[in-house]
Design a protein around this ligand. Sequence first.
Ligand SMILES: Cc1cc2nc3c(=O)[nH]c(=O)nc-3n(C[C@H](O)[C@H](O)[C@H](O)COP(=O)(O)O)c2cc1C
Length: 363
Amino acid sequence: MGNTFGRLFRVTTFGESHGGGVGVVIDGCPPNIELSEVDIQYELDRRRPAQSKVTTERKEKDRCEILSGLFEGKTLGTPIAIQVRNKDARPEDYVEIAEKFRPSHADFTYEAKYGIRNWQGGGRASARETIGRVAAGAVAKKILSALYSKFAVVAYVAQIHDVVAKINRSTVKGSDVEKNIVRCPDPAAAKKMVARIEQVRDQGDSVGGVIECVVRGIPPGIGEPVFDKLEADLAKAMLSIPATKGFEIGSGFSATRLRGSQHNDPFEMRGGKIRAATNNSGGVQGGISNGEEIYFRVAFKPTATIAHEQQTVTSLHQRTRLAARGRHDPCVLPRAVPIVEAMAALVLGDHALRQRAIDGRSQ
Ligand SMILES: Cc1cc2nc3c(=O)[nH]c(=O)nc-3n(C[C@H](O)[C@H](O)[C@H](O)COP(=O)(O)O)c2cc1C
């Protein structure tokens, strides 16, 4: 089954949108890491619904409870279970989609696979499932900070619809990202993005965009060729986030328009270390980190559930029309930023612990 992620730092998420709650069980977290609900809650608050005028209005405080794996503020090395109760479920909003498949949501495919589905709030395909990932990501961030003193992961909205931001990837800070409700550190572009989201929302429609993520402070040597190459695991992690459609690392698809002489990252000596003078590789070569910034981009589609009327069919094969009701994000990106960071931290935390296991030098 596909509910567990990671090899050594293993997370299993559970829960549906309108069930009792959602959460995660983390296995493989090292002992003696300082951890509290406050660390996790900070990240969950960045993800929660009803946080601004451009997100869904579902009112969830998403208060987390750590049930196990912790003693006197430190991890025990035993499984950590974290749960969040669902409080503001409104199943009546979804009665119509019990029968009608929402175009480009997961209703039809869940039905095809399982022959049964919790249609309330989208069930397991709801982005509420990502609460468990964000909670586990907060723990992974703590592990990475303990292992690497310069570790930082910063994700931000780089594009919404056709509004493209200008951002200096190498200097952007987490505090710049949190300055506005779309989580775009270019204030002029952020204003246009808010206006665009409000415009399409008022027309019963939705938009997507691009989230960029930069990871600093990862030393050379992290990643497991050949099937668990760092970029392969990052791609899987990012494409497992609901509503994602594309992933590119470093120069990505733009590399196809360059020659080798233009694209290669020349090596040089800097500060007594082997460094790359440019970073088209995105910090990964041969599936292993090279010590430069790891950066990648994730494409998100426009939210599937829209009030705009569309053609669909019912589970009884009848042609019909659907203008969806309920509370939905007109654009998922502002809330997806902490999810991208969390998934990056899960991949890198897992690989950092795997490297520690095989390489005595870094212990
Ligand atoms: C933060 C976040 C919020 C989301 N909110 C909604 C929403 O309100 N309505 C909706 O239809 N889809 C929403 N989605 C996307 C769906 O969960 C997703 O499209 C659905 O599960 C189908 O999966 P797929 O798009 O990956 O194929 C959201 C995704 C994320 C990451």
